[in-house]
Design a protein around this ligand. Structure first.
Ligand SMILES: [Zn+2]
Length: 258
C-alpha cells in the first residue's frame, strides 16, 4: 500500500461533500519538501508540485483543479466560479458560488472548510494566528450567508494545525488573541510561564458564535496527534522547519460537481 496522501472529513462525506486535507506523505518532492508539497513558491520544483497536485486530486476523487489565491493572513473573500486555478488575487477566504473546488495552503495555520449542502455553497478559509485574531471564520460565515447560505445548514471542518503543545506566542500576540472574541481567553494557555495558543479551540468558538450548530462543527484530528509541529511524519510545519517547509492543501467541493 502506498502512503496515504490525505485526510478526509467524515462529516462532509456524510453530506455528499469532499472535505480533504493533504498529508505530507504520498508525493514526489525531495527534501526538505518531501514529499507531498503543494506550494510552488517556497523553492520546490514547480513540475513536481504540479504532479503532486494531480496525485492528490486523483487519490481523493476530486476531478477538477481547485481555486487557490495568494494568502496574506487577512479576511478578504475571493468569489470563485468555473475552472479552478492559482489566482493572482490576495484572499484568505475562497468561496465557491458554483460548486467548483476551492482550497487554501497551510503549514501550521488552521484550515477551515465550510459548506451549506442545501445551497451548494462551499468555502475554504486560511486561519493562522493573525486570521484568527481577525475572526476570519466569522467573516467567511457572513460571506456565505450573503451568498445565500443559512447558518442552520452550515457545516464546518477544522483541519490539523499547530497545537497548544507547540504554539508558544509572545505576550502581545497573547493579548490580541485573548480579546479577539468572547471567551477566547480560555484558549490562550499558560505553560511554563509562557502563553500558548489553541487555534483550533478559538476557531471552533468563533464558528459557534457565528451561529453554527455544535453538531455541525468537526475537528478532523485533535492535538497532539493532529499537531502539525509535533508530528513530522504526517505534517509540514513552518514553526518546526522554517521557510523551507512544504505546504498542505485543504480542499472542499460538492461530490456531485467535482
Ligand atoms: Zn505539538
Amino acid at each position: 500500500m502506498p502512503d496515504p496522501c490525505h485526510l478526509r472529513s467524515e462529516l462532509f462525506a456524510s453530506h455528499g461533500l469532499h472535505g480533504i486535507v493533504s498529508l505530507r506523505t504520498g508525493g514526489e518532492s525531495n527534501a526538505p519538501f518531501d514529499s507531498m508539497n503543494l506550494a510552488d513558491n517556497t523553492g520546490d520544483d514547480p513540475a513536481i508540485v504540479e504532479r503532486n497536485l494531480r496525485t492528490l486530486l486523483a487519490e481523493s476523487g476530486i476531478a477538477l483543479e481547485p481555486h487557490r489565491a495568494r494568502q496574506i493572513h487577512g479576511c478578504g473573500v475571493l468569489h470563485c466560479r468555473a475552472a479552478g486555478r492559482m489566482h493572482d488575487s490576495e484572499a484568505d477566504i475562497l468561496l465557491s458560488v458554483d460548486g467548483s473546488p476551492v482550497a487554501v495552503r497551510v503549514a501550521d495555520c488552521t484550515p477551515v472548510l465550510l459548506a451549506d449542502p442545501y445551497s451548494g455553497l462551499v468555502a475554504a478559509v486560511h486561519a493562522g494566528w493573525r486570521g484568527t485574531e481577525a475572526n476570519v471564520v466569522g467573516h467567511a460565515v457572513r460571506a456565505m450567508l450573503d451568498a445565500g447560505a443559512q447558518t442552520g445548514n452550515m457545516l464546518a471542518s477544522i483541519g490539523p494545525c499547530i497545537g497548544p503543545c507547540c504554539f508558544e506566542i509572545g505576550e502581545d500576540t497573547a493579548a490580541e488573541l485573548r480579546n479577539c472574541c468572547p471567551d477566547a481567553a480560555d484558549f490562550v494557555l499558560q505553560k511554563q510561564g509562557r502563553p500558548h495558543a489553541d487555534l483550533t479551540g478559538i476557531n471552533r468558538l468563533q464558528l459557534l458564535q457565528a451561529g453554527l450548530a455544535l453538531a455541525n462543527i468537526e475537528v478532523m484530528l485533535a492535538a497532539p496527534a493532529g499537531c502539525t509541529c509535533c508530528n513530522s511524519r504526517d505534517y509540514f510545519s513552518f514553526r518546526r522547519d522554517g521557510a523551507m517547509s512544504g505546504r498542505h492543501l485543504a480542499i472542499v467541493a460538492p461530490m456531485a460537481s467535482a
